[in-house]
Ligand binder design. Structure first.
Ligand SMILES: *Cc1c(COP(=O)(O)O)cnc(C)c1O
Length: 398
């Protein structure tokens, strides 16, 4: 057998294992723009309740136009990393707009938030320092921490007694950084940033939040968990994405203290060694933050939609995890049931995803519903009706 034949057999066995465990991921092909209603390759029209399109901006005409305008005036691609010849005036403008939005000192753009998190720890902290990380933090934070030599501490999800314990253990290090997701994507709960901040003050730690699921969504004007807890301007490092609520294209950022972003521009590897975001994305991003300044209509609609959905689903008899975001976890507690229900809902024209072990703890299988400002009342009603019908068919509801 030649080398690849052996490796091929190995992969085939592993892939078969993934398949038999029911964990094989299949891509669903969409043939329309992303939106509240989408068309899939089978020709079926479905209502989409599993996109991170929280503000309904993925197919927004004003953003599409801004992207086209930027392409006309600044071209298609940059063919460079930022510091060589990949920075246009609009990249600087977008960074300034992000800093203004979050009330921070400066911003550095990345190709994605995965890169922002991958490149934030290693340039700032050494083996003399400590990172204290929530156990449910996003994979990109986990990977970023792995690339850094700082001593690692982990606390149970949003567990402040455990965080305090870890902070005490971390007193022997030079600098401490607490890092947390703003919103945790499986339950939709927010990090208790007020208490985290208090503990940080008490034990001499800096605070970093990843606002990927919360920026645009959480807080009256969508400024994320720092707004929710009245901590704007006080968080040392905020990372986030342009790939969710903010139009959903691509792009990530780190925003916060000036010296921190300065140092990242000197040493952050995904910034130094990876391409600039294209002009179309920068131009549309600037327009998007302009829209955020105009009013809070999208946030108001999103918050109303989410409250409406949760209330009606609870009234129908479903068990929904308390949410402070637009992620609603409909708890079913059984892996197979979550798959069967998601399949039946798709037949009813409702596209949602079932999650089960190992993505969520054993016996905590659920269907995750993501509400958008782009959903109309009739979309929400159709979703609730489909859940109720299939819930009865599967014996979940009486
Ligand atoms: C989605 C997400 C990311 C990754 O963002 P991209 O811009 O898509 O790379 C990072 N962190 C959290 C918490 C996320 O939810």
């Amino acid at each position: 057998m030649n080398t690849y034949t052996k490796f091929q057999k190995h992969l085939q066995t592993e892939l078969a294992d993934i398949q038999s465990a029911g964990l094989y991921k299949q891509e669903r092909i969409i043939v329309s723009p992303q939106g509240a209603a989408i068309r899939v390759s089978t020709g079926q029209e479905v209502l989409n309740f599993c996109a991170n399109n929280y503000l309904g901006l993925s197919d927004n005409q004003e953003l599409i136009q801004a992207a086209k305008d930027a392409m006309d005036s600044r071209g298609f691609g940059m063919s460079s990393v930022r510091f060589i010849c990949g920075t246009q005036d609009i990249h600087k403008e977008l960074e300034a707009a992000i800093a203004k939005f979050f009330k921070t000192e400066d911003t550095i753009l990345y190709a994605a938030c995965f890169d922002a998190n991958g490149g934030v720890f290693e340039p700032l902290l050494t083996d003399q320092d400590a990172i204290i990380s929530d156990s449910l933090n996003h994979a990109s934070i986990i990977d970023g921490v792995r690339l850094c030599k700082a001593v690692r501490y982990r606390y149970a999800n949003a567990d402040m007694a455990d965080l305090e314990k870890q902070l005490k253990l971390a007193q022997s290090q030079r600098f401490r950084l607490i890092v947390t997701d703003g919103v945790f994507s499986m339950d939709g709960n927010v990090a208790p940033l007020d208490k985290i901040y208090e503990l940080a003050q008490k034990y001499g730690a800096m605070v970093m939040t990843d606002e990927s699921h919360s920026a645009g969504v959480v807080g009256k004007t969508g400024k994320g968990t720092p707004e929710l807890f009245n901590l704007e301007g006080k968080i040392d490092i905020i990372t986030g994405t342009l790939g969710k609520a903010f139009g959903g294209a691509i792009g990530g950022f780190t925003t916060g203290r000036k010296e921190i972003t300065d140092m990242l521009r000197q040493r952050s590897r995904p910034y130094l060694f990876s391409n600039s975001i294209p002009p179309s994305v920068a131009g549309a991003g600037i327009k998007m933050f302009e829209m955020m300044e105009r009013n809070n209509e999208l946030q108001d609609t999103l918050h109303e939609n989410t409250a409406y959905f949760v209330e009606k689903m609870k009234a129908a008899g479903f068990d929904i995890k308390p949410t402070q975001s637009s992620i609603c976890a409909v708890m079913l507690y059984d892996a197979k049931l979550s798959q069967d229900m998601a399949a039946k809902l798709l037949d009813e024209g409702i596209y949602v995803t079932g999650f089960y072990y190992p993505v969520v703890p054993k016996d905590l299988a659920r269907i995750r519903v993501q509400i958008s400002a782009g959903h109309k009342k009739e979309h929400l009603d159709k979703c609730i009706a489909a859940f109720t019908k299939t819930g009865k068919e599967l014996g979940i509801l009486k």
